[in-house]
Each structure stands twice: as structure tokens, then as C-alpha cells.
Design a protein around this ligand. Structure first.
Ligand SMILES: Cc1cc2nc3c(=O)[nH]c(=O)nc-3n(C[C@H](O)[C@H](O)[C@H](O)COP(=O)(O)OP(=O)(O)OC[C@H]3O[C@@H](n4cnc5c(N)ncnc54)[C@H](O)[C@@H]3O)c2cc1C
Length: 407
């Protein structure tokens, strides 16, 4: 297919998949990025934004700054796509956006699994505003504890339940434990906060290597995070949650219940009428084209790409690398050249383990503690979207980021 004069490349979703595809396609045609927010979000550092170790401008740069003049940016929520007329509907906008080539990368959303009260009362943790809301909730809970209260009352008032023991639940619980413990000390409160991970399977860090899980278990013990495995959340309420372990139900009062219990594909995907797998992900060819649609590419959390190691599904690492392949294939399609496939292997894992520690696993070797934290900061500085952003941020992150903002 040659499309010399039809080079409108429209990208829906400005995350790891969409933004990096846009940057890689500079000057390939008339490139337009449509996204809901006005900024990109470097999600792996959202825990450090919660603690104040990194700042908003470092992890959430505006698209206008990142994209320059060569790429158009439209802020808006896409509500429908007509693949026949190649028109994109954006909420609140009368005129439709058009495309010759379309790239869909709208990512995933929190999956509350229809558990009673979860969507209403549990706090999600995916965006800046979620981290802001969590800080506020923790600060308010701390403010309500009088310094002369009994240790067990302070502990009950500062109980935080994190649902889900995958990477996100581990990173959140260790960060919150460090933040709250420092706040107890600074405010002269008696006793300790209580942080609990509720995990349905029989282990936290499921799917990670034995060595990394051992490092994580040590970190959770040091942070005094309680781990309740083989435990199901039955209900979330305004004041806490009900769990079940070994068929025994238990109520836990909590200042905050945070949902890190899984994700599902963005609901836009359901509407599109494209072929999906049993998990609701779009089925894509080896070239990342949507099944049956040569001009449509899909990547990142919404796409089921079979040429990737199993553990890579739903990661920034995969979306970022798929963005490179999509950009190459879009250029090939425009120039009538053959499209390529690529197999993506897992490059390693990085996980935050509190304020002073992180673990990095590369080639089966683990670097953890303060050194792991420094390595993670340095590695992530290099993964930021543009060289300008990397140069601005790297000096701060290589020196260890900012001091945590106390609660
Ligand atoms: C807190 C957190 C920490 C994480 N940590 C890691 C980590 O350490 N390592 C790792 O590999 N992965 C991590 N992930 C997962 C990683 O963020 C995702 O896998 C990755 O972002 C997927 O990229 P994507 O482009 O598919 O979607 P996203 O990056 O989520 O981007 C989707 C974009 O689409 C926009 N959008 C959504 N719907 C619409 C719409 N209807 N119209 C217009 N725009 C829309 C969104 O605003 C967003 O900009 C983390 C995720 C979270 C939430």
C-alpha cells in the first residue's frame, strides 16, 4: 500500500504507547496526538510523587512541551471511532478528527471486579489526582489522632489496607509504611501505623523470580507491612473492608482502602467492534495491526501481542518498545515496504521498596537497598520521553530526588 498523499497519522492516547509512537513518527506525516489529559504520566514514579521524592513537572510534563511544533496535540476524550469513514468522535467537539493511519493506545483502568462498594469507597492509584487524594486522606487521618491517644487507638485510626500484592501493592504499601512511620515520629504520636496487603493468591509478587520475591519479603518485614495471602475482599465500606480467609469473615476498620487489585482494558475498546480475546484485549497481528484493519494499529495495555514474554503484558516496558515497532511499521506502510514483527523479551524488573530502598533485577542479578534506589532513579531518568526532559530531570534524580514531603 502506498499513501504518498494521505499521511494523516492520528494517535489516540498519550501514554507509554501513544506518546512514544508520536515522538518516533515526527515528520512521517501530519501527526496528531489526541489524549484525555494535558500531560503524560511516568507511572512507575507515582509512588515517589506520593512521598514527594519526585515533583509533578518531572513525572508529568505537558504534551505541549514534549511534542514541539511538529506534532499536533488535541486534548479530549475519544468516545467512538468509525473505521469505515475513518472519523474519530471526541466528547464535546462537533467536528470529527480524521485519519489515514490510526494508532490506538488508550491503556487500562482499575478493575474492581464487581466487588460490593469497591468502586465507591476504595481509592484507585493510577493518576496524579489519585496520589494527591491519598496524601490528603492520610494527612486528615493523622490530624484526627490526639498525641495522648492510646497506641492501639492510633494504630486503628491509621490502618491502611492495600488490595493486591503485585508490584503496585508492594510499592504502595512500603512507601506508605515509611511515610506514616515518619509522620508518627514527627508528630509525637504513640505506637505505629498498620499497613496490610490483602492478596487473593498464596504469595505476593506472583510471577517474579524467587530471588526478587525474597528481597521483597525482607523489605515488607522491615517496613512491618502485614501480608494476608489467600484472602478475598468481600466488601468495601466507607469505614473499611470485609475480608474472608479460610471461609472466615473479618471486618477491618481502615482510614483508606487502596485498590491495586488488577486492571482491565479501557472501556472504549469494547465499543470499537474489533476482535478481542477472552480478557477483552484487542487481538493484533505480529505487526501490531488490529485484526482485519491494515490502517489501524493497537498497542500497550489494550493489545494482546503474542510475541512478548508472558510477564511483560500490561507493562510500560512493553508499551514503550511496541511504540518503536508501530512507528517503524507505519513508516513502512506509508512507503509501500514490508512490515516487521519483533519478539520482546523481559529486560528486567525495578521495584520501589519504601523511601530509602528499591530493588532492580537485571540478568538475574539483584541490586537492592540504597544502591538499588539510585540505580532505579538513574535508569528511569533515561526512560523519560525526550532528551530535553531527561537533561532537566536527570541531575535531580541522580542526586536522589527531593526530600520526602512529610505528612
Ligand atoms: C501506579 C502505576 C505504576 C506502574 N509502574 C510500572 C512499572 O514500574 N513498570 C512498568 O513496566 N509498568 C508500570 N505500570 C504500568 C504502565 O503504566 C502501563 O503498562 C503503561 O502505561 C501502558 O501504556 P499504554 O500506552 O498502553 O497506556 P497508558 O500509559 O495508560 O496511556 C493511556 C493514555 O490514554 C489516555 N486515554 C485513555 N482513554 C482515552 C480516551 N477515551 N480518549 C483519549 N485519551 C484517552 C490516557 O489519559 C493516557 O494518557 C504502572 C502503572 C501504574 C498505574
Amino acid at each position: 500500500m502506498t499513501m504518498e498523499s494521505n499521511r494523516r497519522i492520528t494517535i489516540v492516547g498519550g501514554g507509554f504507547g501513544g506518546l512514544f509512537a508520536a515522538i518516533n513518527l515526527t515528520e512521517a506525516g501530519t501527526v496528531t496526538l489526541i489524549s484525555r489529559e494535558d500531560h503524560f504520566l511516568f507511572t512507575p514514579m507515582l509512588y515517589e510523587y506520593l512521598s514527594g521524592e519526585v515533583l509533578e513537572w518531572q513525572i508529568a510534563p505537558r504534551y505541549k512541551e514534549l511534542l514541539g511544533d511538529e506534532i499536533n496535540f488535541v486534548r479530549g476524550e475519544v468516545t467512538d471511532i468509525d473505521f469505515g469513514s475513518r472519523e474519530i468522535t471526541i466528547a464535546g467537539q462537533e467536528s470529527r478528527a480524521l485519519y489515514d493511519i490510526l494508532i490506538i493506545a488508550v491503556g487500562s483502568m482499575t478493575n474492581y471486579e464487581n466487588i460490593e462498594g469497591a468502586e465507591q469507597y476504595a481509592m484507585p492509584f493510577r493518576q496524579l489526582k489519585h496520589a494527591d487524594a491519598l496524601r490528603e486522606r492520610l494527612t486528615e487521618a493523622l490530624d484526627r489522632v490526639p498525641p495522648d491517644s492510646a497506641p492501639e487507638d492510633a494504630r486503628e485510626a491509621l490502618t491502611v489496607a492495600v488490595v493486591g500484592g503485585d508490584a503496585s501493592g508492594i510499592e504502595l504499601s512500603t512507601k506508605i509504611a515509611d511515610l506514616l512511620r515518619a509522620a508518627f515520629k514527627r508528630r509525637g504520636l504513640p505506637g505505629e501505623p498498620r499497613i496490610i496487603i490483602i492478596e487473593e493468591s498464596n504469595e505476593v509478587g506472583h510471577g517474579m523470580s524467587d530471588d526478587l520475591r525474597a528481597t521483597i519479603e525482607d523489605a515488607l518485614k522491615r517496613a512491618r507491612v502485614e501480608v494476608q495471602t489467600e484472602t478475598k475482599v468481600m466488601r468495601v465500606t466507607a469505614g473499611g473492608l470485609q475480608i474472608e480467609h479460610n471461609k472466615k469473615a473479618q471486618e477491618i476498620r481502615a482510614a483508606a482502602v487502596i485498590w491495586a487489585g488488577g486492571v482491565k482494558a479501557n472501556t472504549l475498546v469494547e465499543k470499537l467492534g474489533l476482535e478481542r480475546d477472552e480478557k477483552g484485549l484487542l487481538k493484533v497481528e505480529d505487526t501490531l495491526q488490529a485484526r482485519g484493519h491494515d490502517r489501524v494499529f493497537a498497542l500497550g495495555d489494550i493489545a494482546h501481542y503474542i510475541n512478548a514474554d508472558e510477564g511483560l503484558g500490561g507493562t510500560a516496558q512493553l508499551a514503550y518498545r511496541e511504540a518503536g515497532l508501530v512507528a517503524e511499521n507505519v513508516r513502512a506502510l506509508l512507503n509501500g515496504k514490508p512490515l516487521r514483527m519483533e519478539h520482546f523479551e523481559e529486560l528486567g524488573e525495578a521495584i520501589s521498596l519504601g523511601i530509602k530502598s528499591a530493588a532492580l533485577e537485571l540478568d538475574g542479578r539483584i541490586v537492592d537497598g540504597a544502591l538499588g534506589r539510585e540505580a532505579r532513579f538513574a535508569m528511569y531518568a533515561l526512560r523519560l520521553p525526550t532528551w530535553r526532559q531527561r537533561f532537566r530531570v536527570a541531575p535531580k534524580w541522580i542526586l536522589g530526588g527531593s526530600n520526602p514531603r512529610p505528612l
